[in-house]
Design a protein around this ligand. Structure first.
Ligand code: ZN
Length: 251
C-alpha cells in the first residue's frame, strides 16, 4: 500500500506518528512523509531559504531511516490557508502520490498551519477523486477517495487544554527508539525551540507525550488516531486492520 502522512511542518509527523510510520515501514508499506512547509520560519539564526534547505535535508534524513521519502508541498510557514489554489495544489500532490491511506493533522490543534493542513488534506482527498476538479499537473484523478485518518493534536490537548482522546491507539513501544532517532534528525529544531519556546528537551518532550498517550490506552507508548468516516469517505478500517497486532485494545 501507498501511505501518505501529510502534516504542516518538518518534525510534526515524527512527533505524532513516527512510531506508527516505522511499524508500517516494517510491514513493507510504501510511505511518503509530506510536510506542507519546509519550516522556513523555524530559525532565529538562518534566513528563510537557508533554514528551508537545512530542514528539508533533515526531514529527508529522518524519512530515510524507515525507507520513506520526504516531500515538501511548497507552502510557507504561517501561510497555509484553506483556499482554492491551495486545495488544488494539495489535490495535485495526492493525484501524484496516489495513496490508499492518508494520515494528517488534527482538525483542532494549537497552530493555524496545523488546522489549515487538516482541512486542506481532508477536502483534497475528496477533490482528488472528482474528474472535473482541475488541479495542476498531468496526474489522473484518483479512482477512489483514500482512507483518511487524523492524528492527535500536538501535546494531545485541544485549545482549552483538555486531553483529546483518540479513536484508537497504536502501541509503538517496539519502535520508540526509531521514532526518537527520526526526530533527532531535526537538529535545527532543538536550537530553535530552546531560543523561541525555552524548551531544551525536544526528544524528552516527545517521549513524554508518547508515554502519556500510551498510558491513557493502558500501554507503555502510544500514538492516537481518528478515522474520518463521514460519507463518502471510506468506512473500512484499513489502517486498523493493517496494524491489528499493535492496536492497544487488542492487548
Ligand atoms: Zn507544526
Amino acid at each position: 500500500m501507498r501511505i501518505a502522512c501529510i502534516h504542516a511542518h518538518p518534525d510534526d509527523a515524527e512527533i505524532l506518528a513516527g512510531g506508527t510510520l516505522a511499524l508500517l515501514a516494517e510491514l513493507g508499506q510504501q510511505i511518503t512523509i509530506v510536510t506542507m512547509t519546509a519550516g522556513d520560519c523555524g530559525s532565529a539564526v538562518y534566513g528563510p531559504e537557508e533554514i528551508s534547505t537545512i530542514r528539508r535535508a533533515e526531514a529527508a534524513a529522518s524519512a530515510a531511516l524507515i525507507g520513506a521519502e520526504h516531500r515538501w508541498a511548497g507552502f510557507q510557514d504561517l501561510a497555509i490557508f484553506n483556499d482554492d489554489p491551495s486545495r488544488r495544489k494539495v489535490t495535485a500532490l495526492l493525484r501524484e502520490l496516489r495513496p490508499e491511506i492518508v494520515i494528517t493533522a488534527a482538525p483542532i490543534d494549537y497552530l493555524c498551519d496545523h488546522e489549515a493542513t487538516s482541512q486542506l488534506v481532508r477536502d483534497a482527498c475528496f477533490a482528488a477523486s472528482v474528474p472535473n476538479y482541475m488541479a495542476p499537473g498531468e496526474h489522473a484523478p484518483l479512482g477512489v477517495i483514500p482512507a483518511l485518518y487524523f492524528l492527535d493534536p500536538i501535546a494531545h490537548i485541544d485549545r482549552a487544554g483538555q486531553v483529546v482522546m483518540p479513536e484508537f491507539t497504536i502501541d509503538v513501544s517496539s519502535t520508540l527508539a526509531i521514532k526518537k532517532a527520526m526526530l533527532a534528525q531535526h537538529q535545527s529544531q532543538r536550537l530553535w525551540l530552546k531560543q523561541q519556546h525555552g524548551m531544551d528537551d525536544y526528544l524528552e518532550q516527545m517521549e513524554e507525550w508518547t508515554r502519556a498517550c500510551g498510558e491513557r490506552a493502558g500501554i507503555s507508548f502510544g500514538e492516537g488516531f481518528r478515522q474520518y468516516k463521514v460519507h463518502p469517505y471510506p468506512q473500512e478500517s484499513i489502517l486498523q486492520r493493517t496494524l491489528a497486532t499493535y492496536m492497544a485494545h487488542s492487548r
